[in-house]
Structures are given as C-alpha cells and as structure tokens.
Design a protein around this ligand. Structure first.
Ligand code: KG4
Ligand code: ZN
Length: 336
C-alpha cells in the first residue's frame, strides 16, 4: 500500500511516498531555513507563504521520484497538529483538495507520532510496545507507545523544549538559526566542566523536564562574562556549548535512567530533531546499555522534519481506521 505523506507544520515543506509504512520510495524536503535565518527564528506568516509557494512542486517531485502518479497512491497522510497554525493549514488544505479531487482516503497524522514513526523506516524489527523519548524543537517528552496508534504520555517539558533551549543558547553565542547542529560541533571541542550548569527538577514530577532555567543561566553567564571583558572567541563558545549540552543531556538521561530502573529493560526509541545530537545519542546509548534495553536511533536524515515519517505513521493510522473528512482542520496544539 502506497501512502503519500505531506508535512508543513513548521519551516519545512515536505512530501514523500512510503510503501506499507516501512519502505521509503521518495522523500523531498524544501527547507525554509535560509529565509528565516535572517530573523533569528521562524516567522509564522513568512512560513505559511513559503509553504504555499513550494507545496505543489514538492508533492510533484515526491511522486516523480517514486515513479508514481496519483493513480498509484492509496491514501494521503497529512500532518494536522501540532505546529504553526498557518503553516499546518497550508498542508491540510492542499491534502484535502488532493484527496477530494482524486477520491483517495485522507489520514490526519500527529507530528510527534510521525517523529517516532521515522524509526519504522530504518528498523524493520521495531514494533510497539516501547518507550519513546521525543526531543525536538517544540517538544521534549517521554511516552509509552503501547501500539502503533496508542501513545500514552508519561512526561513532558514544563517550559522550553530541548531544541528551543539549544536554539536560544546558540543565538546568545552569535550562531545562525537554527543553532542545534552548530552547538553539537562546538560542544565536541569544549570543556563540559568549565561552567557549572544544571537543568532543574520539577517538584513532585520526577519525569517532567524543565529547561528554561538552564537557558536563562546560559544567557546570564554569557552576558556577565562579556561585561567582564571576555572575548567571544571559539574557546569560549565551545566551553559554553559543552557545559550547556552536558547539563541538558544529563537531565534527559537521568529521567530515562529513573524510568528504566522502575520499569525494567524495555525497547527504547529516540525521536525528534534533537535526536541528531551526537552527545545525546551517546548518553542515551550508555543508559540503554546499563539496563540491557534495546535502543533504536533514527538516522540523522530522518531526525528533522520530513514527510516520510508522516506517511509511515499514516499507514498505521489508516489501518486503525483513522480518516479525515472534508471538514478536517489543523490544530496548533494537540495531545499525542
Ligand atoms: O523535530 P524538529 O525538526 O522540530 C520540531 O518538530 O519541533 O527539531 C528541530 C530542532 C531545532 O531546535 C534544531 O536546532 C534542533 O532540532 N537540532 C539539534 C541538532 N540538529 C537539529 N539540536 C542539537 N543538536 C543537533 N545536532
Ligand atoms: Zn518536528
């Protein structure tokens, strides 16, 4: 069964064709990063307009690269939550129009379920139940994936998401948006013990995350050091990046460690844009090994937003009978 996936929740216009939820026939991503970089972050209205311009061409390329026409497609899966509402509505409206004119079933997909499903595309043996650790630009959460379409939230962030914290720290260091990947490289050459930084805990909610305090500490630390005459050189940036990354990664793995110590070894899936972070990948690997748990990591190219992951999850949503009608809407926030 071939599913055409469409993704437009943030700053990537993407389309893909995936067979039976597991095999990528094509995956096209048109990134808007260059457009937003000058503003230091995503500008919602500009994102919506850029999606509108790109979407026809991106879908056409995905079909061509998969050697398909719409006649070969069995269903259309589209991200309808969560994300920037104008951006989401571009993809949803396009997918509705396409489904309506071709009389194909339409399947709404939750973006975070999609990030988790990216792992199905590269791990043929992976199937629920498992624990998903989702670390992205807009989300940081632990989830129990009981079945392909049954996601139980264990914990989430009380304030900033990990990716958001990475991007804000990168910004104070003068790195271009989005700064996660640059922070990753800098952290590799910095001294992680140079600055004492910590992500806090949430009273009474040991699995919940909080990163805004850590972000503010880094911003204050950088400003104080600069006022004292410190030059913003490579060494300074690298030490800040390493100390910040170390604190963030320790907070994430501490929660995973606690969960595994209380629940025993189980399969673990890492997902989301920040799953590309080399330090996080290593630390999660070490935690999984400690408990003898199987760890599934997404390949780097499937960590960020793409439509193959939406088509993969769309396949399982389709099998579960999930359908979007002509009244399908987009939602900026929605539980997974
Ligand atoms: O999952 P994603 O594409 O967006 C959401 O669905 O929210 O994640 C984008 C985020 C950005 O904040 C970006 O800076 C971060 O992922 N990111 C990284 C790395 N690569 C991307 N953060 C840390 N290390 C990386 N290597
Ligand atoms: Zn995403």
């Amino acid at each position: 069964m071939k599913i055409l996936g469409i993704e437009s929740s943030c700053d990537e216009t993407a389309a893909a064709v995936v067979e039976d939820g597991r095999q990528v026939l094509s995956s096209v991503v048109a990134s808007q990063i260059d457009i937003h970089a000058v503003y230091g972050g995503v500008v919602p209205e500009i994102a919506s307009r850029a999606h509108t311009e790109a979407i026809c061409g991106v879908v056409e390329s995905a079909l061509t690269q998969a050697n398909c026409t719409m006649e070969d497609i069995d269903a259309i899966a589209v991200t309808n939550a969560p994300g920037l509402i104008g951006a989401l509505l571009t993809g949803v409206s396009f997918a509705k129009g396409l489904a309506f004119t071709t009389k194909k079933p339409l399947v709404p997909v939750h973006h975070i379920r999609g990030h988790i499903a990216a792992n199905y595309l590269v791990h043929p043996d992976l199937k629920p139940p498992f624990i998903a650790l989702v670390v992205s630009g807009g989300h940081t959460s632990l989830m129990r994936v009981e079945d392909y379409t049954d996601h139980k939230l264990i914990s989430s962030t009380r304030d900033d998401a990990a990716g958001e914290a990475f991007d804000k720290c990168a910004r104070v260091l003068g790195l271009p948006y989005p700064g996660g990947a640059a922070m990753d490289k800098l952290a590799a050459i910095g001294d992680k013990n140079k600055y004492k930084l910590n992500a806090g805990n949430v009273d009474g909610a040991p699995y919940d995350f909080t990163f805004s305090g850590l972000k503010t500490s880094v911003i204050n630390l950088v400003h104080t050091e600069l006022q004292r005459g410190r030059i913003m050189d490579e060494e300074f940036k690298a030490d800040i990046a390493a100390s910040f990354t170390n604190a963030l990664v320790k907070a994430i793995t501490a929660r995973l460690d606690l969960l595994l110590s209380e629940n025993g070894g189980c399969d673990i899936v890492l997902a989301g844009g920040v799953a590309a972070n080399s330090h996080l990948r290593e630390a999660v690997k070490a935690t999984a090994e400690k408990f003898g748990a199987n760890l599934y990591l997404p390949p780097l190219k499937l960590c960020g937003d793409n439509a193959a992951m939406i088509a993969a999850q769309g396949y399982y949503e389709f099998l579960a009978g999930v359908r979007g009608g002509t009244d399908l809407n987009g939602y900026a926030t929605k539980h997974c």
